[in-house]
Design a protein around this ligand. Structure first.
Ligand SMILES: Nc1ncnc2c1ncn2[C@@H]1O[C@H](COP(=O)(O)OP(=O)(O)O)[C@@H](O)[C@H]1O
Ligand SMILES: [Mg+2]
Length: 226
């Protein structure tokens, strides 16, 4: 019988934090690594479709595109979910079907509020889905030369400790260009995959997961709202 896939949500309070880019980059990289991936484009904006398909199927190795959460018998080992905003009324239904979440944010002052607010949504979602685990907080589009972003990275690190995934994803103009997306994504997100492996759930070792019950990791605490 097919195993239930591991479902990883890429989520954020607001848009523009690199959520879709992260979901696509991770789906592509894990597909390259030989994992059967479903990219679930659950955000009604359907931005992932623009990156991962040319109107038809996804051409990436081992990656299938879905405009919804796939059925558990889709054949995927890993589902990467490009979520709608965590403020969207449909989010609870999405999170109910997820095992883990990566929260994306940018290194700006608003994130001092949006990440705790996102964490509150996750805490609510845990009521109906206690297995939901926060894997980490990912900073996207990071420019170390920006006078605001560098100190904000320090603050976010202080607030979230080892929940902050290091290193942040660097701002890289190439990643905005579809022709350059794959090499740029590789450069930016390989470190993130290594970082995720250091966290409690080694995502690249999915094949070792035999069932959700056995695979269920100890939930990591959500960040304390400020
Ligand atoms: N690391 C990055 N470097 C440069 N541009 C990026 C990076 N990540 C995302 N972008 C660009 O920023 C914009 C917002 O990213 P996107 O992934 O769509 O965010 P979200 O899904 O959170 O709204 C897009 O134009 C995208 O191409
Ligand atoms: Mg998006």
């Amino acid at each position: 019988m097919a195993r239930e896939p591991f479902v990883l949500a890429i989520a954020s309070h607001k848009g523009g934090t690199g959520r879709t880019t992260a979901a696509c980059a991770l789906a592509w990289l894990w597909g390259q690594a030989g994992i059967r991936v479903a990219l679930a484009d659950v955000d009604p904006v359907r931005a992932a479709r623009l990156i991962a398909t040319e109107g038809g199927d996804c051409p990436w190795d081992n990656v299938r595109y879905f405009d919804r959460l796939p059925d558990t018998d889709s054949g995927a080992e890993l589902v990467v979910v490009d979520c709608p905003s965590l403020m969207d009324p449909t989010i609870d239904r999405v999170l109910r079907n997820c095992h883990s979440v990566v929260l994306t944010c940018v290194a700006d002052p608003l994130s001092l509020r949006t990440v705790p607010s996102a964490a509150r949504v996750l805490a609510t979602a845990r009521v109906s889905n206690p297995r939901l685990e926060l894997l980490g907080v990912l900073i996207g589009l990071y420019n170390s030369l920006d006078v605001i972003q560098a100190p904000m990275l320090g603050k976010l690190r202080q607030m979230h400790g080892d929940l902050l995934i290091n290193p942040p994803i660097p701002y890289d103009p190439e990643i905005r260009d579809w022709a350059a997306f794959e090499p740029a994504a590789k450069a930016g997100y390989e470190a993130m995959i290594a970082a995720l492996d250091r966290l409690t759930t080694p995502v690249t070792e999915l094949r070792r997961h035999t069932s959700t019950a056995e695979a269920a990791p100890t939930p990591r605490p959500v960040p304390t709202p400020a």
